[in-house]
Design a protein around this ligand. Sequence first.
Ligand code: NDP
Ligand code: GUE
Length: 300
Amino acid sequence: MTATVIDGKAFAATVREKVAGHVARLKEEHGITPGLAVVLVGEDPASQVYVRSKGKMTVEVGMNSWEHKLDADTPEADLLALIDRLNNDPAVHGILVQLPLPKHLDEDLVINAIAPAKDVDGFHISNVGLLGTGQKSMVPCTPLGCLMMLRDHHGSLSGMDAVVIGRSNIVGKPMAQLLLGDSCTVTIAHSRTKDLAEVVRRADIVVAAVGRPEMVPGDWIKPGATVIDVGINRIDAPEKGEGKSRLVGDVAYDSCAAVAGAITPVPGGVGPMTIACLLANTVTACCRANGLPEPEGLTA
Ligand SMILES: NC(=O)C1=CN([C@@H]2O[C@H](COP(=O)(O)OP(=O)(O)OC[C@H]3O[C@@H](n4cnc5c(N)ncnc54)[C@H](OP(=O)(O)O)[C@@H]3O)[C@@H](O)[C@H]2O)C=CC1
Ligand SMILES: Nc1nc(=O)c2c([nH]1)NC[C@@H]1CN(c3ccc(C(=O)N[C@@H](CCC(=O)O)C(=O)O)cc3)C=[N+]21
């Protein structure tokens, strides 16, 4: 079997189009422009690229975009003061603090300082708790993007066996919650899981969020299963020339695509959906803040 390639890049473009439609309507009918503020602490080059592309796409869908770049040694109090200012700025509907933060900053403290209604990453403890109890919340962008692709491909996920590899707060755990919400039988695997190969072989849906290049080989995949590859790993690519690199996921693409029923590529899979969902969450936050009906089909 050769897997169907789930085109996250194309899907993300359709999500952004929907978002742009809602933004236009909010402007015309209510005179409101949704706005997203992104905070970047330090000069990590990969983060800078990512923040720039988010900013560009935010503007493309018609929203306001602000980038706050702080020095790597910014005191925690200064970062908290900025978050407080953004929390109280009515033009700002979404706030994203790029992770990871420099070591001297307490990540939990910083994230929990964001007003939950503006927490478009869905990382605040209130949103985590709301998601865990099946209540309306801000849903983390990467898992939301994965869920949208899975629903689009399968229709209903009810009763399917899903294995999530990785238990981080930003991907693995919320992904498991969303799959459970859609009535999958969910297993969460991690670095201490015994016989990961056997666990993964049971799965109808495999979500790999590990951060280890090409770790999942094709012979772990049940024939016909759907493989969602969250990993973004930059590895050396001497075949492209000296000093060159390329992006690979957490699954060995060719061997997995040979047995899977469907698979997401890297790049062009989960990554673009993450950014599209960030924009979707910002529109949702803006509608909620203004007591307007929220767009359908843009959240979980
Ligand atoms: N496409 C996108 O939009 C995004 C992509 N990413 C990418 O997704 C990947 C995961 O990110 P993130 O969740 O933040 O990473 P973390 O490092 O926070 O978590 C990795 C998880 O993988 C588990 N793990 C590590 N090694 C193994 C192993 N050998 N076997 C089984 N499990 C293992 C860890 O287990 P333990 O808890 O036991 O240590 C941990 O739970 C990264 O490649 C990251 O770049 C992240 C965010 C967004
Ligand atoms: N508060 C916070 N929220 C995040 O959501 C968050 C974060 N911090 N820190 C970093 C990770 C990583 N992440 C990515 C999103 C999109 C792509 C993406 O669009 N990738 C393209 C490729 C881009 C390239 O070529 O480098 C793709 O997969 O096709 C990648 C990575 C969000 N993260």
